[in-house]
Design a protein around this ligand. Structure first.
Ligand code: HAM
Length: 404
């Protein structure tokens, strides 16, 4: 039997209900915050991800779905959404116009990782990106919006926060860290490689022995310049005012290379080892890395599969209608009735003529609230019989009344 590829899943039935409920409500909340929808291609030039997500990241180093297309182009299925949105922003020359832009998006992302619970090779993200807004209040608003979304779905979380500094303070810190690492031969091979490519990435190494060593490593937060330090303090104070709980994690560095200043992750302790449900931060140099004019940026992305099982769905509103004919002559009218009712209502039509008892049974099985049937009597009187399956009452309504 043909099967979906390893690490890739169909979304259907209860999960597709959750998926739609999730993206519809996140889209609504994002629009309330002034974000508009953007859709970028799933396939992009490989160079885009190498230059943004970064050559030293696991994503680019090990996990890309990369191939040469029929035209000989080196292309790649997007492993994340930010790079494509930044590419589109520059392609539209929004960087030159210096406009503020706020986008939201959702859709599939591809990473060739080792599949396990909560870690897929094709997964879905809901993300936002905000350009040309360097005020620290925007960082707070981005976090508050994400919190609003998680609160709406009744999803509990812990927020971890860090600042990765800027081009003022980061180089000095990096030098300190490299010096520290130079004296530590016991670190793992991955960390030795990172020491030469992107040293701060060693800080979130999963190896316990490395972590024991890094307990004494210099911390970025102790080495921020005064501007970064003040901004970080302001961010914390806004979050405090809005009673957003967070913990400072000075080793939170994120797995993508483009971040500076604010970095954050929302984690859940209810979904197993892959606990990050959302992550994001500032990327004020990324537009320039991709040859755009200097433009600040900040955003986040949530992993929809990881959130899906945590969403508290509203009581299923059993408001749908079931329509069925009791005699062959009523079939045509039932067909027309269903089409007309669907302008305003959710209607399931049974094309087969059945007894009342059978129609009621099927309507109930399908989870309909109302069962509408037309037989010889109803046809003669130009009306229809309707039963409310929840409170068990029934009555006869005219065609017009049914449409109301
Ligand atoms: P990220 O942390 O790589 O950030 O991914 C965001 C979220 O996607 C994660 O927190 C996780 O929930 C989900 N996720 C990542 N990999 C997988 C996987 N293999 N299977 C299932 N879910 C996964 C980004 O992608 C950045 N683009 C976020 C961002 C936007 N930063 C600024 N703007």
């Amino acid at each position: 039997m043909l099967q979906a590829l390893r690490g890739m899943k169909d979304i259907l039935d209860e999960n597709s209900k959750r998926y739609l409920y999730f993206v519809e409500n996140c889209s609504r909340i994002a629009q309330n915050y002034g974000f508009s929808y953007i859709e970028t291609p799933m396939l992009e030039e490989t160079a885009l991800f190498k230059r943004s997500v970064g050559e030293s990241s696991d994503i680019v180093g090990k996990e890309m779905y990369q191939f040469t297309d029929k035209g000989g182009n080196d292309v790649c299925l997007r492993p994340e959404g930010t790079a494509g949105v930044v590419r589109a922003f520059i392609q539209q020359k929004f960087d030159r116009a210096k406009v503020q832009k706020k986008f939201f998006y959702y859709g599939p992302m591809f990473r060739y990782e080792r599949p396990q619970k909560g870690r897929l090779r094709e997964f879905h993200q809901f993300g936002v990106e905000s350009f040309n807004q360097s005020n620290i209040q925007e960082d707070a608003v981005i976090i508050l919006m994400l919190k609003d979304m998680l609160d709406f779905f009744g999803i509990g979380y812990k927020l971890e926060l860090n600042s990765l500094g800027c081009s003022e303070c980061m180089p000095t810190y990096r030098e300190k860290l490299v010096n520290f690492l130079q004296n530590e031969e016991g670190i793992c091979e991955d960390c030795k490689r990172r020491r030469d490519t992107n040293p701060i990435r060693v800080l979130d190494c999963k190896n316990q022995h490395c972590q024991d060593i890094y307990a004494n490593a210099p911390l970025l937060l102790d080495n921020l310049c005064s501007a970064c330090s003040e901004e970080f303090a302001e961010l914390k104070s806004i979050l405090d005012k809005f009673e957003v709980k967070y913990t400072i994690n000075p080793k939170l560095v994120r797995g993508l290379d483009y971040y500076n200043k604010t970095a954050f992750e929302f984690v859940s302790d209810k979904i197993g080892a892959q606990s990050a449900i959302a992550g994001g931060g500032r990327y004020d140099k990324l537009v320039e890395y991709l040859n755009g004019k200097p433009t600040s940026g900040i955003g986040f992305a949530m992993g929809i599969e990881r959130l899906m099982e945590l969403i508290v769905m509203p009581e299923s509103s059993k408001e749908s209608y079931y329509v069925g004919a009791l005699c062959p002559e009523a079939s045509e009218l039932c067909f027309k009735l269903a089409i007309d009712m669907r302008k305003t209502k959710k209607v399931n039509l049974n094309y087969d003529v059945k007894s009342l008892k059978n129609h009621l049974k099927i309507a109930d099985k399908q989870g309909a609230r109302y069962c509408v049937c037309i037989g010889e009597d109803e046809l003669a009187n130009d009306n229809a019989w309707i039963k409310d399956l929840r409170n068990k009452s029934d009555k006869t309504l005219s065609y017009g009344e049914l449409l109301d």
